[in-house]
Design a protein around this ligand. Sequence first.
Ligand code: AHR
Length: 480
Amino acid sequence: AGATLVLDPAFSVGPVRRRTFGAFVEHLGRCVYTGIHDPGHPTADEDGFRGDVIDLTRELGVSTVRYPGGNFVSGYRWEDGIGPVDRRPARLDLAWHSTEPNTVGVDEFMRWAKKAGVEPMMAVNLGTRGVQEALDLLEYCNIASGTAWSDLRRANGTEDPHGVRMWCLGNEMDGPWQIGHKTAEEYGRLATETARAMRMVDPGLELVACGSSSTSMPTFGEWERIVLTEAYEVVDLISAHAYYWEEDGDLASFLASAVNMDRFIDDVVATADAVRAARKLDKRIHISFDEWNVWYLNASPSQAPKDDWPVAPPLLEDHYSVADAVVVGGLLIALLRHTDRVHSASLAQLVNVIAPIMTEPGGRVWRQTTFHPFALTSRHAAGQVLRVKLDSPTHETARFGETPLVDAVATHDADSGEVVVFAVNRHTTEPVTVEVDVRAFGALGVTEALTLSSDDPYARASADDDTSRSSPLEWCTGSA
Ligand code: AHR
């Protein structure tokens, strides 16, 4: 038996948010250098940005881009990356055991963001630094003129303020690997004071407090409760980070990774709402799922050799399969169905580092398998996200127990009348039929049906062949 899906335009979870389709550019490996920035490349523009990467960023349908880290930001001095490039210092990047040349800094990134048509989302360093440095960066970025930092930005060639709305208050401060790692109490205080001061500059900023680095952190849950109890009034969002990979050949559990993401979101929402009740406040805190992806943590080097401090070494260059693309599709479905509480998300990362876009230094650019579900979902999700009634056959998975084979969500755009169904088949070998009941919409015709599939779940794309493997789906009923 197949799965059935009942859709009704009355059952909306909330709007499709463009910010669900964010990504992430960190000073890590080849993400910045030879990723977005490669001055010797034939498509490079006057600022050294690769035109082919900008084109694919647009094709991917990316909305926001988080910058400059990640673990990198917790040791970063943003002032190193401004002014004449030949006078910028090279620094040790302790997070990735690399040398940071500071050729690209905040002004260059903002120029790139404009060219790529994305909204920048900045992170401040709350590892080795604090309130003052965050305020300085905010002043440099967002004040028009007439102050030391804003006039320095203008002197450095950027007349208009960058106007950054979304700011992350540090990165993964719950993780013992983080430079300047803190307890929840310590971080809660620092995040609160930083947010309070940043709001004195501009009350309209959207501020993200660090949540947990994964559900498996020993502090998960308590971290959110303690941080939000302290920071509730001065932040808007709390972050969530999650990476998934196939463990010990258990493909069935891996394909069902969204079960973990669903639960992660539900648990953070419950914790935030519990703080709201205890503090007797009206406002709700939303989630910024600002790092999510498939990442085979130990498959490719995550640090340069200890006796070396290279510039832009190849790190975290995972090579994705069709199964990985199914998981990415499933995770996008989970993010969309929580659109009432997930107000922002970032695929980590954009180029070369656990990324949908890969480059050869000075050479070709290509799309990984995971590019396609992201691009298709970003392109087609519009209007309202619908709460679907899904009846699916189930199977047993080692990690999540009995799990539905099919997972799905739908969107409905009242203006165009378009209904779009996003679905994944989590069976490891067999196809599955899905019947979609759209009677509640009246007369609808089928415009297009695409599937991303392969007989070999481990098939991978390459620079020689990055075709989408999307083929028209066999359509049973034709119209409704
Ligand atoms: O995205 C790679 C790394 O994963 C980020 O730097 C860090 O925040 C997370 O642990």
